[in-house]
Write a protein that binds this ligand. Sequence first.
Ligand code: GLN
Length: 228
Amino acid sequence: AGELTTVMAGKLTMATNATFPPYEMTTDGGDIEGIDVDTAKAIAEKLGLELQVDDMEFDAALLSVQQGKADIAMAGITVTDERKAVMAFSDSYATGIQSIIVPEGSDIASPDDLAGKKIGTQRGTTGYIYCTDDFGEDSVVAYDNGLTAVQALNNGQVDAVVIDNAPAKEYVAANPGLKVLETSYAEEDYAIGMNKDNTALVEAVNAALEELKADGTLQSIVDKYITA
Ligand code: GLN
């Protein structure tokens, strides 16, 4: 597959959106941590590279690997056919479920009940894509990130937020008065996004990921951030 090249010699540059706990979040001290960050660090170590994390909006993270500005994009990114047309993906390392957050006492109890409601999503995510496909663009508000979408729900600007289950649980835990519906909207695979032309990197990342799965490192990273 040829020699391994990265955007900056000696570094593995990761584009992310650090508002997606527990995959990536910003601590009070301003550090970025989470399952994706630890996994990327472990991959970088196996490749003999130093990890550099760049925080940006979710759609910008997807673009930055396509434009060759970052080596990998990790942001709980769902593999879809549309994205596969413009970027390469590693093997999957986690599963996500699109969930619905509503205020306690809401009359929304299932995905069908979203019809006719204002739905908050994150710009460029699968939640946005599914909701606009199913309920029309006028029903869906796209926010810069999950945090601002949940704030809009708290302020009554939207009736529900559709977002991946792991951050949904964390946002609800941090915002009394909100709950996650038991019924899920869609199930999906998370993978690492890369530039289509960098096949050497895709192969190296997959080999590293395979080792991290086999030796239990990946599971221990997940266990560190997801309890119960
Ligand atoms: N999994 C969703 C997607 O890929 C959302 C990811 C995110 O918001 N960070 O579209």
